[in-house]
Design a binder for this molecule. Structure first.
Ligand code: PRP
Length: 203
């Protein structure tokens, strides 16, 4: 049996759409409700919804053979898995942003609000910039507006959230999209089935 971890939420629904159009359907997956596990006995596959940040954990430990995760989460968690394919959906960027007109004062430690402390640390270390990470969960845009931080490191898709909160991008750190990942030993033993799935997914 192939076990598949999909991220619960908008991105996971898009990825499930790709799976379904390739013939990998799990009836009930998109129906409202609280069920998390769906089996397709004909395919001998099982699909489950997990929190987006947890997909790499399920895959790295082999509870899921494969999964779909945003590149942001892979960069942040750096799991020991194979990244097999770019699913070319959920395309967005990781960016540093600040209030319009904000200027950095390099003599002071930069306060960075983010849900991605590892990405932020690595990025600013590359610039040789001292930072103080302010870890937050969502609605990051508030932090610089209210003076909790100087900047944010966050996902930008359409840019609407930044615009509506009087913020703008200072620099793009990475281009992001959903990736198909696989457990290393699963890929060794079930590689043929997994490769067949990738071939059938819309390019
Ligand atoms: C993400 C991100 C931004 C927003 C950007 O949040 O954190 O707030 O999307 O999208 P935009 O550029 O199209 O406005 P999400 O909606 O995923 O929710 P979250 O704040 O709970 O992370």
């Amino acid at each position: 049996m192939i076990n598949i971890a999909l991220p619960k939420g908008r991105l996971g629904e898009k990825v499930y759409g790709l799976f379904a159009s390739a013939g990998y359907e799990f009836p009930g997956m998109l129906e409202p409700g609280r069920r998390l596990v769906f089996v397709n006995e004909t395919l001998n596959m099982r699909c489950f919804w997990v929190k987006p940040f947890d997909v790499p954990v399920y895959v790295e430990r082999g509870t899921a053979d494969i999964g779909a995760a945003g590149k942001d989460i892979l960069m942040e968690r750096n799991p020991n898995v194979y990244e097999l394919a770019d699913l070319k959906t959920g395309i967005c960027s990781m960016a540093a942003a600040g209030v319009n007109g904000w200027h950095d004062d390099p003599s002071r430690t930069l306060r960075v609000a983010t849900e991605f402390p590892n990405i932020a640390r690595e990025y600013y270390a590359g610039l040789g910039r001292d930072i103080d990470i302010i870890p937050l969960r969502g609605s990051l845009e508030l932090a610089p507006v209210l003076g909790l931080s100087d900047v944010i490191v966050d996902i930008v898709e359409t840019g609407t959230t930044l615009r509506e909160n009087n913020l703008s991008v200072i620099s793009v750190i990475a281009r992001l999209s959903a990736r198909l990942i696989a457990n290393k030993s699963s890929y060794k033993f079930k590689g043929e089935v997994i490769d067949e799935m990738i071939r059938r997914l819309p390019q």
